[in-house]
Design a protein around this ligand. Structure first.
Ligand SMILES: Cc1ncc(COP(=O)(O)O)c(C=O)c1O
Length: 472
């Protein structure tokens, strides 16, 4: 008698084989993007010489096909808070897959979301409940909806240069025209200058404001809310029965040397807090909107409203397991204290260079969220070159620094937003002295080159100018 092989046997010919697929087609990566995805990404990468083939990654490093090591000072826009492939997070994901949980039945209560909510709330004692979605922008959408429903008012205030995500609600509170243009009409909204309490008071008097949404340190340009602003804004908002939403999608989970950036100052107790990015462990997209009990009770006021704000993949077991593992590593490895100490070291070493380099205007930020701003040089020789770049497009000098950092020193950084002469450093929080040394040495070398006035760097600047003009 023959026994039929189960249909799910993994050794069957023709089964999906990821390794074989990558071996066979991996080399087509840039062509595939050009043909089927956003074609401007490969185009941009070719233009600035960033079209590398990275093959492997671990912690704050990745390696190209030739075995060259690259230092990551970008952390996948902040999602790799623990670096890539942290063994504890990996194990948690293997374990959760092997457990074959009855996940996403949608008509039961799974333990992992409750456990992750409990852990997150332990870091924010004045908050009571959590909604889990799948991204940062979704966490913000949730907060905007909750604030409008709970207050019964429509308008959201936000700050100039704010970035809260790119879905339509979050886009309505985006402080950059470049992102908004062509997508109107958006939600009723009003932008304020970060730190302007008079403007906030003026808007609140109109009586239609549900909330102010703020990043404690703005991702675009690395601008901090001025000391005392969040607390004073909170008081004003509450006086007018409006809410404070803090977007900690980028700044949260230790990035700035506190678990949340708002904890830098006493007395700030936001009504709603958004987190995402690093909670994923770099593996499973996740977003969380944390809030006060009365807000959740109002939104979910009856059994009929149980699904009024929900997401098919929200609270899925893989995301929850990754989040729990991330928070456990953060506690066991004292990641927040490490980020604070390493950040102070990096910032003070960079700040010391301001007197040495006339093109270096400012170093700011907290923890491992550091902005390096370039500015108009004093000497005539450099000033004419600087002016020429500025006339073509603001932000080209910062790009001129980012490119040799990768090309010559194999360090990945980014310009912190369009038309900004600011580089932002948001490395994995697990970097230490070795990485600080490597970055400062490389940055010093690039700055020496820029100040020598000649050389490849300014030639590259000319290429960028040509492209900027051609793209107009
Ligand atoms: C402060 C802030 N909020 C929201 C978002 C949006 O997050 P996501 O890209 O996961 O939608 C970002 C992303 O960079 C962010 O920095």
């Amino acid at each position: 008698m023959t026994t039929a092989k189960p249909a799910s046997s993994s050794s069957q010919a023709g089964e999906f084989d990821l390794g074989a697929l990558l071996a066979e087609r991996g080399a087509e990566r840039y062509e595939l993007h050009t043909r089927h995805l956003n074609h401007q990404l490969p185009r941009m990468l070719h233009t600035i010489g960033f079209d590398k083939v990275y093959e492997r990654a671990e912690g704050p490093y990745f390696w190209d096909a030739d075995g060259n090591e690259y230092l990551d000072m970008l952390a996948g826009f902040g999602v790799m808070g623990l670096g890539r492939h942290h063994p504890v997070v990996r194990k948690a994901l293997h374990d959760v897959l092997d457990a074959q949980l009855a996940d996403l039945t949608r008509f039961d209560c799974q333990p992992l979301p409750g456990l992750l909510a409990e852990k997150l709330l332990a870091h924010s004692p004045h908050l009571d409940r959590v909604f889990f979605g799948n991204s940062g922008t979704e966490a913000v959408e949730g907060a905007l909806k909750f604030a409008r429903y709970a207050t019964g008012k429509p308008r959201i205030l936000y700050c100039d240069h704010a970035f809260h995500g790119l879905t339509t609600g979050a886009l309505s509170v985006n402080g950059e025209d470049g992102f908004r243009d062509g997508f109107a009409p958006l939600l009723p909204d009003t932008a304020l200058a970060l730190g302007d309490l008079d403007a906030l008071a003026r808007e609140l008097k109109k009586g239609d404001v549900a909330a102010l949404v703020v990043e404690p340190i703005q991702g675009k340009g690395v601008h901090e809310a001025p000391p005392g602003y969040l607390r004073a804004a909170q008081e004003l908002l509450h006086k007018h029965k409006a809410l404070l939403i803090l977007d900690e999608v980028q700044t949260g989970l230790g990035r700035t040397g506190d678990f949340y950036a708002y904890q830098h100052e006493d007395g700030v107790e936001p009504d709603l807090v958004c987190v995402a990015k690093a909670l994923s462990g770099g593996y499973v997209p996740v977003g969380a909107t944390l809030g006060k009990d009365w807000i959740f009770k109002k939104v979910y006021s009856s059994m009929d409203r149980v699904l009024v704000h929900s997401a098919s993949f929200g609270s899925n077991a893989q995301a929850m397991a990754a989040g729990l593992a991330v928070l456990s590593v953060m506690e066991n490895e004292q990641v927040v204290a490490g980020a604070r100490a390493t950040g102070e070291q990096l910032k003070s070493r960079l700040t010391a260079l301001i007197d040495k380099y006339e093109l270096l205007a400012d170093v700011r930020g907290r923890g491992l969220m550091i902005g390096i701003e370039f500015g108009r040089p004093k000497s005539l020789k450099l000033r004419s070159r600087w002016t020429m770049l500025q006339a073509a497009r603001k932000g080209l000098f910062a790009q001129m620094v980012v490119v040799p950092l990768l090309q010559r020193h194999r360090i990945l950084t980014q310009v912190s937003g369009d038309h900004m002469e600011v580089i932002k450093l948001i490395p994995p929080l697990v970097i230490g002295e070795r990485e600080v040394d490597r970055f400062v040495d490389a940055f010093t070398d690039v700055m020496d080159d820029a100040h020598s006035g000649g050389g490849l760097m300014w030639d590259f600047g000319k290429t960028l100018i040509k492209q900027a003009v051609a793209n107009r």
